[in-house]
Design a protein around this ligand. Structure first.
Ligand code: ADP
Length: 489
């Protein structure tokens, strides 16, 4: 398994949760997993070096990056509470930086070079720590790996001739698109720089490279797998994606319940489960209100968001709604970082309504847990959403999601209506048309139901009783791995 981030080594978004949780679920099922990541020393939590048993492995390696050789070395670590080996690719010039891809919201200029280097290092890791049956790469940062395996590694190393490759798209909006001369960095022949393989409107595209060269391609929900094959949500890659036919599969992410479960969560005031939610969740709510500086009012619903602050996540709708969000009695908690324009909007809302809106512009894992436990409604009005994790965390914490019905949000939230309430299958509120009026109507519907204690309790019980663990998803990934391997038998 290779990715550019994984909890607890580095995290900027859902990919980090998924890389770790899927590895854990597969290992629990008896499979041997090795996780290969870049080593970002500045992103390691305090004390992690010892806890994660990070140690140097003797050998260093050299790989071609364009016309030069770049040197790196491997560190070994352990994924906590598992027997999973983690190989950290150490190259301080590339990875000893404050964050993985951007500085002050601007991508590093050498991102292509950094992740070409990392992809070639992954091949070195395969040779050194293998043999392996399957290489599972994730997102553009590792999109070159399936191409290197297909074009070079399988041919040059007989022990890799049966190696299957799987490539997972966590968000099609991030494509690793670079100017055409960066093709030289990959070390691959220019003949691959054509519109059917690595080229995309004159540029090099590493996400497309992964999509084209991997034996199997997956994305993180069945609905998103369909959506990205359409011009509306395909970001120009819809032809490449539909070209993969049945080799493109959507698998809904699960939840790492060892990290996200109210019964065992170590960050929340009191733990609770489906039986004690009624008594203990209000304690968590008061704790959250205190922690974020809002008046402690048990009967006022808390509406929360934990998110990258970007247009994808629906902040344009929220900005349009503005004070209309506050027409009803509710408190808001926003935790996130991202686009300056929307950060400003969120901050200003907090300043205008200090008793009702808490705006926290930072990344704060601990507070994220407190918010899940202490809130009543979780807002995810995303314009598009490959899977989304927070709506699933929310459901397990008895916090009812309100979502725009797209991608993984459509696959994971059963909308409230007369029928689903009657059948006791409803798990949240959703609106279909991406429009501020539809968001507000849905919001008002949610607030109205909040006042009906028995309906609300029913929603909480249905949400919390679901099995959202990785077990199912991991089994589906195994099927995909088997299909990838079968292509070389
Ligand atoms: P994406 O990967 O598109 O950003 P996801 O919903 O799939 O969105 O995953 C986001 C993950 O990042 C969740 O685990 C969420 O809790 C976490 N997260 C996002 N922003 C913050 C923040 N400011 N503080 C803490 N956790 C955050």
């Amino acid at each position: 398994m290779t990715a550019s981030e994984a909890v607890p080594f580095a995290k900027t978004g859902g990919l980090a949760d998924v890389a770790t949780a899927l590895s854990r679920a597969l290992a629990k099922d008896g499979h041997e997993i090795v996780l290969v990541l870049p080593h970002y020393p500045q992103m390691l939590p305090q004390g992690a070096r010892h806890r994660l048993q990070i140690e140097t492995v003797e050998e260093s390696f050299a790989v071609p990056v364009g016309t030069r050789k770049s040197y790196g070395s491997f560190l070994k670590a352990k994924l906590p509470d598992s027997n999973i080996d983690v190989i950290l690719v150490d190259q301080p010039d590339y990875f000893d930086r404050p964050s993985p891809y951007v500085y002050e919201n601007i991508p590093y200029e050498d991102n292509c070079e950094r992740f070409v280097f990392f992809s070639r290092a992954v091949i070195e890791a395969l040779k050194k720590f293998g043999p392996f049956d399957v290489l599972h790469a994730n997102d553009w940062q590792t999109g070159l790996v399936p191409a290197l395996i297909d074009i070079e590694t399988r041919k040059q190393n007989p022990e890799f001739k049966d190696l299957g490759t799987v490539f997972t798209i966590h968000n099609l909006a991030f494509q690793g698109r670079f100017w055409h001369w960066d093709m030289v960095l990959t070390g691959l022949d220019w003949k691959y720089f054509n519109w059917k393989q690595m080229e995309f409107f004159g540029d090099l595209n590493l996400l497309k490279t992964g999509i084209v060269f991997a034996d199997m391609v997956t994305t993180v929900s069945p609905t998103y797998a369909r959506e990205i094959q359409t011009p509306e949500l395909g970001w120009g890659l819809d032809p490449a994606l539909s070209g993969r036919g049945s080799n493109l599969v959507g698998i809904l992410n699960g939840v790492d319940t060892s990290v996200w479960h109210p019964e065992t969560d170590r960050f929340i005031k009191v733990n609770y489960n489906v039986d004690s939610v009624g008594v203990n969740k209000p304690i968590c709510k008061a704790d959250l209100q205190e922690a974020v500086g809002l008046p402690v009012k048990p009967d006022v619903p808390i509406v929360a968001m934990i998110s990258r602050i970007s247009e994808q996540k629906g902040f344009d709708l929220l900005e349009q709604a503005d004070s209309r969000l506050l027409e009803n009695d509710a408190q808001f908690v926003f935790l996130g970082t991202g686009d300056r324009q929307y950060e400003r909007f969120v901050k200003e809302l907090g300043k205008r309504y200090p008793d009702r809106v808490a705006s926290l512009i930072r990344f704060d894992e601990e507070l994220a847990h407190k918010i899940e436990a202490g809130s009543d409604i979780f807002l995810m009005p995303s314009a598009f959403e490959p899977c989304g994790l927070n709506q699933m965390y929310s459901m397990l914490y008895g916090t009812i999601p309100l979502v725009h019905s797209v991608g993984g949000l459509a696959d994971s939230v059963v909308p409230v209506n007369r029928e689903t309430m009657h059948e006791k299958t409803a798990t949240g509120f959703s609106f279909d048309r991406y429009h501020v009026n539809d968001l507000l109507a849905c919001f008002n519907e949610a607030l109205a139901m909040y006042r009906n204690r028995s309906d609300w309790k029913q929603l909480q019980q249905t949400c919390m009783a679901q099995d959202l663990s990785w077990n199912n998803s991991a089994r589906n990934y195994l099927k995909v791995y088997e299909r990838a391997i079968a292509k070389h038998c």
